[in-house]
Design a protein around this ligand. Structure first.
Ligand SMILES: [Zn+2]
Length: 82
């Protein structure tokens, strides 16, 4: 049987790998500086739902899910900033 520490390490590693590439970061690199700034503002605003941002970005041809946006907003991705 595995110790709690071993299991914890495995979960942690899986979590890290899964979140290795944050889609927000990948996406941000493709945007113009103005759009980057605007997106940062949207992400920081509590008044804008992640699904709204998803719709906006999808309408612009970027493949991103609200789930990824939410994870980024909660800081559960590899980025240090939201
Ligand atoms: Zn992120």
């Amino acid at each position: 049987m595995s110790s709690l520490a071993e299991v914890f390490e495995q979960i942690n590693t899986a979590e890290r790998v899964r979140n290795q590439v944050c889609k927000i970061v990948t996406l941000r690199k493709k945007l113009d500086p103005d759009d980057q700034e605007f997106l940062t503002g949207l992400l920081a605003s509590d008044d804008v739902a992640s699904t709204v941002i998803e719709d906006l970005l999808n309408a612009q041809g970027y493949d991103i899910k609200a789930q990824s946006i939410q994870r980024h907003r909660r800081g559960r991705c590899t980025c240090d900033s939201v």
